[in-house]
Design a protein around this ligand. Sequence first.
Ligand SMILES: C[S@@+](CC[C@H](N)C(=O)[O-])C[C@H]1O[C@@H](n2cnc3c(N)ncnc32)[C@H](O)[C@@H]1O
Length: 261
Amino acid sequence: MGTRTRTDGPLKPYEALSAVYDAWTANNDYDAWADFIDARLRRHAPGAADLLDVCCGTGLLTARLQKRGYRVAGVDSSEGMLDKARGNVADGTRLVRADLPAAALPGGFDAAVCTFDSVNYMAGEDGLVQLLESVAAALSPTGVFLFDVNTRGKLENIFGDSHYGDDCGDFAYVWRNRHHPEQQSVDFLITLFLREGGAFTRYEEHHRQRWFSHEEIRAAADRAGFRVLEVLDDYTPAPATQDSFRETWVLAKPAAGTASP
Ligand SMILES: C[S@@+](CC[C@H](N)C(=O)[O-])C[C@H]1O[C@@H](n2cnc3c(N)ncnc32)[C@H](O)[C@@H]1O
């Protein structure tokens, strides 16, 4: 068995990774995340039926939320991820390719979610504000937005300048991180070997994640017209602390929680 190397440079994030994303994330407890989101929506957006899964990836969460009775549409920038999502979500699900944070989102949703570090990809100048403004525009006046973020602690202490890798049989990867403290960000240089027929093909992707302080997230939420309802430690009911590596934020549009039952 040989190795082929693509020579036309790094791919867009997730275009090669999409082929193995579902295996690579096998340890993510999407059912627990969906249960948690369902409970939070019942509390903060009772009666919510139409959800937007922002950066839906391969639809692993989308499908779980659909199984819990929600109508869910998804948006993502990666055609590869969306192709995989079509095999995971309910037939007829609306899946839209959109480069955030600039792209306009479809509208009329009761709530939106954005999971597994996707918000950290909004690394450009004003990326978070733009994202929150786009999501706000996609929601009804009582809409709620639940998302998670990797924290500064995770980017600095877990990712840092580390590297790791694994041989997973049909694919293998080498993951090198480059920390840029002045930009609050970490670049992931990912080399991926995918079994394709009788050979492994080598792919490269470059990703960038940025961390956001509480002050930045609160200011962005304010500019987009959201109230901050909760800042939780990962997908648990416990408040986030200095030691949290992932936070779950729940934001609400001004009229949320004030509508008559
Ligand atoms: C770690 S994956 C998470 C996918 C999914 N939410 C989940 O929980 O499995 C991050 C996703 O964000 C998408 N993404 C990254 N940057 C994006 C951007 N600028 N606009 C839209 N989607 C983006 C990627 O294509 C990828 O599907």
